[in-house]
Ligand binder design. Structure first.
Ligand code: CTP
Ligand code: ZN
Length: 156
């Protein structure tokens, strides 16, 4: 029996979402960005620093009975740009999506500069350029303000 079968660390789920290949140590940030407080009814499993073939160790989150919308997937990309999102139905992986962080980030986070035009009454939505993925650094397209991961997490 191979090592994989000898030990099942977290059980398979019937229906829901598995966010896999989250960079070690980032699972709780992903939980925060999804607005999971622990007071919901879903069963949520969070695994931190588990052995991984791809990245030595990884974090992963299993959310039973919940699908993610596009906005939520985009938010995950900000915090965990190499994550894989697996949709599970009837115990089977029916969809696998690698998240991707684009160079231009629109409508996911707000600029933290109160005088930025994207925060005015003008119909201008927030837009950022990705300066660095890890550590996360976004630059506002309009006022050049820099946002770090903590600034992003505070918004959710
Ligand atoms: N998974 C689960 N419940 C299921 C099916 C899969 O929790 N009913 C989890 C697996 O434990 C794994 C992830 O969903 O963490 C993806 O499953 P699978 O595609 O079978 O695993 P791998 O082939 O290892 O995925 P990858 O190629 O993306 O590394
Ligand atoms: Zn701005």
């Amino acid at each position: 029996m191979c090592a994989e079968n000898r030990e099942v660390r977290v059980s398979k789920i019937k229906d829901g979402t598995v966010i896999d290949h989250i960079r070690s140590g980032y699972a709780l940030d992903v939980v925060k960005i999804l607005g999971i407080t622990g007071h919901e009814r879903q069963v949520v499993t969070i695994a931190i620093n588990v052995p991984s073939k791809r990245f030595r160790t990884k974090d992963l989150i299993k959310i039973e009975g919940r699908a993610l919308n596009r906005q939520e997937v985009n938010r995950i990309a900000l915090i965990a740009p190499r994550a894989t999102i697996n949709i599970i139905r009837g115990y089977k992986v029916v969809e696998k999506q690698e998240v991707k962080l684009p160079n231009e980030i629109e409508d996911i986070v707000k600029c933290i500069n109160p005088t930025c035009i994207s925060n005015s009454n003008e119909p201008i939505s927030a837009k950022f350029t990705l300066e660095s993925e890890d550590p996360l650094l976004l630059k506002c397209h309009y006022c050049s303000y820099a946002l770090e991961k903590q600034d992003v997490l505070r918004q959710f």
